[in-house]
Write a protein that binds this ligand. Structure first.
Ligand SMILES: C[S@@+](CC[C@H](N)C(=O)[O-])C[C@H]1O[C@@H](n2cnc3c(N)ncnc32)[C@H](O)[C@@H]1O
Length: 447
């Protein structure tokens, strides 16, 4: 595929060539065959002309891979990682980062328009940051595979559950990527090597932590191997015997706490490896700044932060608002949020545990009136929350979303049933090289 003509004359194209019309939510090229069947083609970009080979055939669509590129998009670029195409961690490395942002913006626009039947008054400029080395958290799978010469440590392959045979990862910080090979060697040397399914990575500016999931007790010889590895590579080890609740710090005994900084708001946010934090710590402060610009918290206002986690938005909002209530489903995160508020000397916040997927109008009313709400739900969205908004609903809602489809569904309810206007929307390229679309939208209630 080195020699790609930019624009071959149409009449010279093979009969089975198709033109890519757009990208789907997974970053695959969408095209239509002359008989109307929809094609989802891995590795093809909007505007390109390609030939393809199907790997799954259904009545109305086919999943396919590109076999020949006949006209290349100007946005096509050389993937940086040699594992791209096999490793399932990334899907967009063949698209220039600027093109990735444009494609994600388009996914958001399409979702809002087609699923939600809504359109913002205006679009916000995309938030973007470094295209590589941004990923401060990762769950690496581990498996002993004799025929691959030992132990694999990495992400799953693209279309199956095998672990990719990888030695580096361009989306991890370089110092973490450089640990993959030594980790493979370390696990291969351990007595417990067949009973280690996963290593979780948590990188911070102060210290990097690795969480070793082990299915059997770790013996003293293996513990010494872990200590030696930590000393050599300047990391701290945590051990996980069962579920996330069992994660405990192992070595070094005087390891500094894990924490991230929100410098603009004068906040330090300690956390444990099992607790949710935003993966891209360069984009996170920009996302918070954008959310605050839209929310415009005032000293006279009572504000709610729903799906608040460890207070990532709650505490910055509380720097400006009268009072902020953070609600979250995980009791552990609520305890962490309370501790973080105390740690940062903030008293105008309160936190509570609730299952927000089952929120009712009565429960919401019991929390009292809020002038504004910030919502940052997981991929499932915030259906029960938006459905429970009643007469005294807040004037403003800022909705941070990691799934355009559920955002669009909820936006439809807010606009078509609850009397809100979709003022503006924009993406944050939180996960460059992947098809993940993070976005921020502002809804304003018509009075
Ligand atoms: C996208 S994270 C956002 C967390 C936080 N706003 C942040 O920026 O760090 C979504 C949060 O929703 C919480 N969550 C998931 N399901 C929930 C539920 N049913 N009810 C309440 N919270 C839930 C998760 O624990 C997680 O903290």
């Amino acid at each position: 595929m080195d020699d790609i003509p930019n624009d071959p004359p149409r009449q010279s194209l093979p009969a089975d060539a198709v033109v890519i019309e757009s990208l789907d939510h997974e970053g695959r090229g969408i095209a239509h065959r002359p008989d109307g069947k929809t094609l989802f083609i891995d590795g093809a970009i909007t505007g390109e002309v390609v030939q393809y080979s199907p790997w799954r055939k259904k009545d109305s669509y086919e999943m396919a891979q590109m076999t020949r590129l006949l006209r290349a998009s100007p946005l096509r670029t050389q993937p940086r990682c040699r594992h791209f195409g096999v490793c399932g961690g990334c899907s967009l490395q063949h698209i220039d980062p600027v093109g990735q942002v444009a494609a994600k913006q388009r996914v958001l626009e399409d979702s809002l328009q087609h699923i939600g039947k809504v359109r913002p008054d205006y679009w916000l400029p995309a938030i973007h940051g470094p295209a590589w080395g941004y990923r401060t958290r990762a769950r690496l799978s581990v498996k002993r595979v004799e025929k691959k010469g030992g132990v694999l440590v990495g992400f799953h392959e693209r279309r199956n559950s095998f672990i990719a045979d990888m030695e580096s990862c361009e989306t991890l910080p370089p110092r973490i990527s450089a640990l993959i090979k030594p980790l493979r060697q370390l696990i291969a040397s351990m007595e417990l090597s067949a009973a280690i399914p996963q290593i979780e990575v948590v990188a911070t500016t102060q210290v990097d932590a690795l969480v070793l999931r082990h299915m059997q007790p770790v013996g003293e010889a293996d513990r010494q191997r872990l200590r030696d590895f930590a000393d050599k590579h300047h990391i701290q080890w945590w051990l996980q015997a069962k579920g996330p609740d069992t994660i405990t710090a192992f070595y070094p005994p005087d390891a500094p706490e894990l924490a991230y900084q929100l410098t603009e708001f004068g906040l330090t946010m300690p956390f444990r490896p099992s607790e949710f934090t935003q993966i891209n710590t360069e984009i996170n402060p920009l996302l918070i700044r954008r959310a605050l610009q839209l929310l415009q918290p005032q000293a006279s206002e009572r504000i709610a932060d729903l799906f608040c986690g460890l207070g990532n938005f709650t505490l910055p909002i509380a720097r400006f608002a009268g009072h902020v209530t953070g609600i979250e489903g995980s009791a552990q995160l609520v305890a962490r949020a309370e501790a973080n508020a105390i740690r940062n000397g903030m008293s105008n916040v309160a936190f509570g545990v609730a299952n927000l997927f089952e929120m009712t109008s009565e429960q919401l009313a019991r929390l009292g009136h809020f002038d504004k709400i910030l919502i940052d739900p997981p991929r499932d969205g915030a259906l029960a929350v938006v459905q429970s908004l009643g007469e005294s609903a807040p004037e403003r809602i800022v909705y941070v979303s990691c799934n355009p489809a559920t955002l669009a569904r909820d936006a439809s309810i807010l606009v078509h049933e609850k009397g809100y206007r979709l003022v503006c929307a924009g993406i944050a390229n939180m996960f460059p090289q992947t098809a993940h679309v993070e976005s921020v939208t502002l809804f304003q209630r018509n009075r």
